[in-house]
Design a protein around this ligand. Structure first.
Ligand SMILES: [Cu+2]
Length: 491
């Protein structure tokens, strides 16, 4: 009890620290897939604490679903084979194609939510990767804190008075006058008890604070640190470390990174504060946890660095850093899937302009629906590519296996998300679920779920209100092209 009342002070400092970034400030899972006869949009709101409850929502976009059962499983390994009894999702009374459910996630790590869907078109099964991690420490409610503090004072005073009474009259017969020597002995006893009580409270506070700090450092998720430097003029070196959170977990060690849509690392450099220069690069791993990339010629400035990797468990990390780069006119030209885009200065643009140029002679229209720019609202972000005459283009081709890649950045960098037509979960995790002995039977999900047309969609929900810049990347006739949008997200 005494320990507990001291929580608020220790926790307060944790809450003031920046939130634990993963995929930087965008922890919820948005996933769109075709599962057998059904097209489904799944949202998993991950718990802030582990163990905690994940809130799951499924909207059926095609087909007619009657019933969905959900169960949480590890994404890989033994834990992915034995399923506990499933929970049934609740069908919305107002919207029969909308289902809600809850699942407990008992441990941090890489999970999947497996779903058995049945409806008018038969049965289907799918699995959604869900990375689970404690995002913060929960503070104590103020009223609980006050109540416990009052109880602490009451118990401490009671304890002192019990010691006083014991020294004063415990050995006297009832009704006997208390001798003065006992009265003074009682005062001494109460003084000793008070000193002891204060000492116990002090030690309790110290103990609790150290536990809270330890929890904050290795139970609350933090992205691994990354050291970024440039040598030989234009060779960027990125050295990953391990956060205490990762060190506690064997499956998070440096040597177990797996390729995600073709590369071990997707590296994004964004020139700040104007976000007017953008690079999407793929460094090579030269030693465990060390990556290298020869940079192209670039305008100098301060660059925000976002490095995406995926562990073999399917768990993603986005490491962040920043680096000042001098202007250089010599560099290694970008080849293959590496790309660069120049964007207007963010301080000079209008938000919510729905058309942006793409390449030399075409454009992208952001087809905004009412839900798209609301915080926490799952939406399909929809983009349509047209030529200079406004006609749909026919030459979009897969870029790293997909119709498009979307990087979403809040202006203050508190949100970074790298999203694909299948959603916000890493493609590598989806691929793990599709392996022959993998858990999911979701053979249609992921990379090739729709033929590539002139329209690219991304399931996503902006985590908070604010100004965002979106970099949409597609490939046309062998060229990687980027369209840049600015959106204001309402609360
Ligand atoms: Cu991508």
């Amino acid at each position: 009890m005494k320990k507990h009342v001291l929580i608020p002070a220790s926790v307060a400092c944790l809450l003031l620290c920046p939130a634990a970034w993963s995929h930087v400030g965008s922890p919820d899972v948005y996933y769109e897939t075709i599962s057998g006869p059904y097209k489904l949009f799944v949202t998993v709101r991950t718990p802030q604490m582990i163990p905690g409850i994940a809130q799951i929502e499924v909207r059926c976009l095609e087909g007619s679903v009657d019933d969905i059962e959900i169960v949480p499983l590890r994404l890989i390994g033994e834990g992915s084979k034995t399923a506990p009894p499933p929970d049934r999702m609740t069908r919305s009374s107002g919207d029969p194609q909308f289902f809600k459910g809850k699942l407990w996630l008992m441990e941090s790590g890489s999970w999947q939510v497996r779903m058995d869907v049945s409806g008018a078109q038969g049965k289907a099964q799918l699995a959604v990767p869900v990375p689970a991690y404690a995002q913060r420490t929960l503070g104590m409610q103020r009223t609980t804190g006050i109540l416990l503090a009052l109880l602490m004072v009451f118990l401490t005073l009671s304890l002192i008075s019990i010691f006083g009474a014991a020294a004063r009259e415990s050995q006297l017969e009832p009704g006997v006058e208390i001798p003065p020597v006992r009265r003074s002995r009682a005062r001494i006893a109460m003084l000793v008890a008070a000193v002891a009580a204060v000492a116990i409270l002090f030690l309790g506070d110290t103990w609790w604070t150290s536990i809270a700090n330890a929890n904050a450092s290795d139970k609350v998720y933090k992205a691994p640190p990354i050291q970024v430097s440039v040598v030989n003029g234009n060779e960027m070196i990125l050295k990953m470390g391990a956060s205490p959170w990762h060190e506690r977990r064997k499956q998070m060690q440096l040597d177990n990174i797996i390729p995600d849509h073709g590369y071990l690392m997707h590296l994004f450099l964004v020139r700040m504060p104007e976000m007017d220069d953008f690079y999407h690069l793929h460094p090579d791993e030269s030693a465990a946890g060390t990556f290298r990339k020869n940079l192209p010629a670039l305008p100098g400035g301060s660059y925000a660095v976002f490095a995406d990797i995926v562990r073999e468990s399917g768990f993603p990390d986005t490491m962040t850093s920043k680096i000042d780069l001098p202007a250089s006119d010599k560099g290694t030209p970008l080849v293959g899937d590496d790309s660069n885009a120049v964007a207007p200065k963010i301080s000079a643009v209008k938000v919510n302009v729905t058309t942006a140029p793409l390449g030399v002679d075409s454009q992208v229209e952001w087809v905004l629906d009412s839900a798209a720019l609301r915080a926490q609202k799952p939406a399909l972000l929809r983009f349509r590519v047209t030529d200079k005459n406004g006609a749909p283009v026919k030459d979009l081709e897969p870029y790293m296996g997909m119709a498009g890649h979307l990087v979403i950045l809040r202006r203050d960098l508190s949100v970074f998300a790298h999203v694909h037509p299948a959603g916000s979960v890493p493609m590598a995790a989806i691929m793990l679920l599709q392996q022959p002995n993998g858990a999911g039977a979701d053979s249609m999900a992921g990379m090739h779920h729709d033929a590539i047309t002139d329209e690219v969609t991304f399931p996503y929900g902006f985590p908070q209100a604010g100004d965002y810049r979106l970099f949409l990347q597609v490939k046309r006739a062998g060229r990687i092209e980027t369209a840049v949008f600015d959106g204001k997200v309402a609360p």
